[in-house]
Design a protein around this ligand. Structure first.
Ligand code: HEC
Length: 160
């Protein structure tokens, strides 16, 4: 490799296939849009797997330990994605289209990180709970759900 990119934005441009070209506004905007799409896709996967677990916790679908374990494992894996290339500075609600990310994500990075790690930990604990029984899954579902709402309240803006 004869090119090295030190900045997250440059790294993101490399990922979106526009490395080596001048970084104009259009390209920067494209990089922000790509990162927004990617983190929303991550949240969709988080939501899908949490939805399966939640439906079992509520008794809407029968408890199935194998399915619950698969959902919890997927959730734990997808929750752990490296955030540095997904939450690019400037990809904030009000500045860029199609995002509800609040400015607090960047003004309070430690708080955002803590909220994200809480989800990762709750998802990992859910793997054990899902392999145990329905009451264990139900108890851990409360902890997991709290990590979603805590972060959304602090760092997700109103509907666009
Ligand atoms: C560390 C903070 C954080 C945690 C924890 C978190 N979210 Fe999110 N979530 C966000 C932010 C910020 C957005 C808005 C992203 C955007 O619009 O760019 C979002 C968006 C979403 C979306 C909408 C995605 C889309 O396509 O627009 C869903 C669904 C979602 N979250 C589900 C969940 C669930 C379920 C959990 C818990 C298991 C969870 N989130 C935990 C921060 C978080």
């Amino acid at each position: 490799m004869n090119k090295s990119f030190a900045l997250p934005l440059a790294a993101a441009l490399a990922l979106t296939g526009v490395a080596g070209t001048a970084i104009g506004d259009g390209h920067a905007d494209k990089a922000l849009q790509s990162a927004i799409s990617a983190r929303k896709a991550q949240m969709q996967l988080v939501g899908f797997n949490t939805g399966l677990l939640g439906a079992m916790a509520k008794g809407e679908v029968p408890f199935d330990s194998a399915v619950a374990t698969a959902a919890a494992s997927n959730l734990a894996a997808v929750a752990k994605l490296d955030r540095s290339i997904l939450w690019l500075e400037g990809s904030v609600q009000g500045t860029v289209e199609g995002t509800r990310a609040k400015a607090e994500i960047w003004s309070d990075p430690a708080g955002f990180d803590k909220a994200a790690v809480a989800m990762e930990d709750a998802a990992t604990t859910m793997i054990t709970a899902a392999g145990t029984d329905l009451p264990a899954l139900q108890a851990q579902m409360k902890n997991l759900g709290t990590t979603c709402s805590t972060c959304h309240k602090a760092y997700r803006g109103p509907k666009n």
